[in-house]
Design a protein around this ligand. Structure first.
Ligand code: FES
Ligand SMILES: [Fe+2]
Length: 446
């Protein structure tokens, strides 16, 4: 499918309240607070991108791949961010290991891409060879080096840790461990049994925007009322609580109800139609004209939607019976600094990642898609696709998010745009900048 990338704002919907905005109405925001300003050059300046590469990317935990990519001994996955390359390997003892992808002889990378069946790590240039634990085992023509002690040349390690279905890496040996880095998130997601989710695919492509332009789009719901008008028919985007821990934050959004921004509410049929268009796949319904099912007396549309999702999951062999309507209809969206957001309901999990490209105006955007499987289900390698941006079809709502990226980036370059201006609804964007400032050792106006 070819995805339309035109950007134009439709006229505002006359059915919407003018006055219902951020959290003022629900007492979240101090109405006397000043807007937060952040220098726009952080998104466009090559010197700033270079500072991020020097001080932030080698010191933070980043989602590299999924357990499904490296489930069996001999499986490996190369994670790249900027110039950095980390090799994630499942060793013979079943442990995950990670190495800086660099030969100790003259620096050649050892593996590129991803694969399976690895028994050793052999450099393709002159043949130095390590075992999967990173110990040097073979040096062709070793005598020519004089007294070369094999034990002095292990592969340089990187940190690696799995949490749920996610595999994170960190190049900093001094970094806090992943569990502390994730702060309150593991406890907050315990109910969801993340281990049961299997990654089925990843899809990505290059976008003409800074990595933060991409990540910011997954760090606020302020844009829903304008960019996702169809979604507004089935989301409460006003009572959407947010929480910040430190490196991490979250937002919750309830689906299957009309946005309170509609003055006179919406009919169940309108909410249903919007849910089908934006998330019908969760119920196995793809026809946008599918009629509204009967809503039993004493029940709500939300309960009917949740039951349709349970029934669809059951047809695929997944039991959601223990998850109540709220667990199914409430989206828990987490942000993990610097560049990962994952979206969770009882039946869905996806992770969105933005990585820096060759310059500040390009990034790689990747989505990992998961499905809940019965406990004990065997691992299968996900299908990983990287495509040209024009062919990047991420689904109805994410395509809308992707369509604005290049325009935002171009706008940020205009000489009058010295700052971006942020509301408290965008507190997770603000939090990204506060974390960046800590890692880069700069102030809020730098
Ligand atoms: S660079 Fe790897 S063996 Fe020479
Ligand atoms: Fe969006």
């Amino acid at each position: 499918m070819t995805v339309s990338r035109e950007q134009h704002a439709p006229p505002s919907d006359p059915r919407l309240h003018e006055g219902v905005d951020d959290g003022t109405a629900i007492g979240v925001v101090d109405p006397g607070a000043e807007p937060v300003r952040v220098p726009a050059s952080r998104y466009t300046d090559p010197a700033f991108a270079a500072l991020e590469l020097a001080r932030m990317w080698p010191r933070t935990w980043q989602l590299a791949c999924c357990v499904d990519h490296v489930a069996e001994p001999g499986d490996w996955f190369e994670y790249r961010v900027g110039p950095y390359s980390v090799l994630v390997v499942r060793a013979e003892d079943g442990e995950l290991r990670a190495f800086q992808n660099s030969c100790r002889h003259r620096g050649n990378v050892l593996c590129t891409g991803a694969g399976t069946g690895l028994t050793e790590l052999r450099c393709g240039y002159h043949g130095w060879t390590w075992d999967l634990g990173g110990q040097l085992r073979k040096v062709p023509g070793r005598k020519g080096f004089g007294h070369l002690r094999m034990s002095e040349f292990p592969l340089h390690p990187a940190r690696v840790a799995a949490w749920g279905p996610f595999v994170f890496v960190n190049l900093d040996p001094e970094a806090p461990d992943l569990a502390s880095y994730l702060e309150g998130v593991p406890a907050d997601t315990e109910w969801a049994r993340l281990d049961e989710f299997r990654c089925v695919a990843s899809l990505g492509g290059e976008v003409a925007a800074n990595w933060k332009t991409v990540a910011d789009g997954f760090s606020e719901t302020y844009h829903v009322q304008t960019l996702h008008p169809e979604l507004l028919h089935n989301i409460d985007d006003v009572h959407a609580p947010q929480r910040l821990w430190g490196h991490t934050g979250k937002s919750e959004q309830v689906y299957g109800v009309a946005s309170p921004r509609f003055k006179d509410g919406l009919t169940d049929a309108q909410v249903w139609e919007s849910f089908v268009v934006t998330q019908g796949g969760r119920m196995g319904v793809s026809d946008p004209a599918a009629p509204l099912p009967e809503i039993p007396a004493g029940s709500t549309l939300q309960e009917v939607l949740a039951e349709a999702i349970r029934a669809h999951a059951a047809r695929g062999g997944t039991d959601l019976s223990e998850f109540d309507t709220d667990r199914i209809m409430r989206l828990h969206q987490y942000n993990v600094f610097p560049n990962c957001s994952f979206l969770l309901t009882a039946d869905t999990l996806s992770a969105l990642v933005a990585r820096p490209g060759a310059d500040p105006d390009t990034a790689e955007m990747i989505i990992f898609a998961f499905r809940r499987a019965a406990p004990g289900t065997a691992y299968r390698r996900p299908v990983d696709s990287r495509v040209a941006f024009e062919k990047l079809d991420l689904g109805y709502v994410l395509n809308q998010d992707a369509a604005v990226l290049a325009g935002i980036q171009r706008g940020l370059h205009q000489p009058g745009t010295t700052d971006i201006v942020l509301s408290q609804e965008e507190k997770r964007v603000i939090n990204t900048h506060r974390n960046l400032e800590r890692y880069l050792g700069i102030g809020p106006r730098d």
